[in-house]
Design a protein around this ligand. Sequence first.
Ligand code: IPM
Ligand code: MG
Length: 361
Amino acid sequence: MASEQLRSYRIAVIPGDNVGKEVIPEALKALRAATRRTGPALEFTPFPWGADHYLATGEVMAPDGLVRLAGFDAILLGALGDPARVPDHVISWGLMQQLRKQFDLYINLRPIRQLPGVRSPLATLTGLDLVVVRENSEGEYAGVGGRLHAGTPHEVALQTSVFTRHGTERVMRYAFELARSRGKQRKVTSVTKSNAMNYSMVFWDQIFQEVAREYPDIQTEKYHVDAMSMYLIQRPATFDVIVASNLFGDILSDEAAAIHGGIGLAAGANLNPERRFPSMFEPIHGSAPDIAGRRQANPVAAVLAACLMMEHVGEADTAGLLRAAVEEVLAAGEVCTPDLGGTATTVAMGDAIAAAVERLG
Ligand code: IPM
Ligand code: MG
């Protein structure tokens, strides 16, 4: 097993703000327990970036932050934002959008699979297993625009969407490849709004059609985002891979997470599929300042983010063990945080997951 001992990964850890700082230690606890069983060595390097750093230095992350992060195998992020002290867009553009754009993390992958023992707000939910493939580098969040005549009666704000052929083709292609490799319904659903957005979304539809021709074995469908937000509630299990623009994917992935039991359970991967830069893994929930400090945050999403990270670096056994441990704890239903109807603290739930890892490993 000598070769196994050589597997080691350098992980940059950015706990961030509020509940980010509470859930990340639980993810690390589960990861440590899992890798003790499965072999790989993980070296965690913390970066204390976010609102506190901004208030102390005027920068959300260090000026050489991207250079420092570039050498890591992956980045694990908690959650960012502390709106009472720093405007959200300052934090988001100072770190998250920087990483997504500069590291070309153009896929935001958000798998939503029904978990055992978790109650959905939909009484009849069964068989939900979908992935939102959200374009993560341009579109409505390209950051192009400006404000003009500030403070005057003819003040103007422009926020321009940017859809490039390169950016649109690659996200579509990723979605089709994923539908093929998942081998489930073998279907890609494209989310559009081409009836109203007569340039960008007509273009989006056109590229979807073009790329679909390369994948005759994959079924396709497309819905306008308003209808899609309804179908996701009415028949969520009929979806397999959903491909959406930055804005639509952002909204629909929160909706899908809520349907499967809450955003405290859903993780996302910000991927550079070519691996030219480290990819970033995070719970999809925010920093939840309303519950921060109360030890109530659910650590499952952070543990599942770690699970996606291990899958990405090629440690499927570790990922499988983490996932199995989460499922065991949720299925037992004895230790659960308030969002799941229980009274357990973040740490108690993290302990239960780590104990399950040790039992199952
Ligand atoms: C997400 C978040 C971010 C986004 C915010 C914090 C800017 O909502 O990752 O989904 O919309 O990209
Ligand atoms: Mg979001």
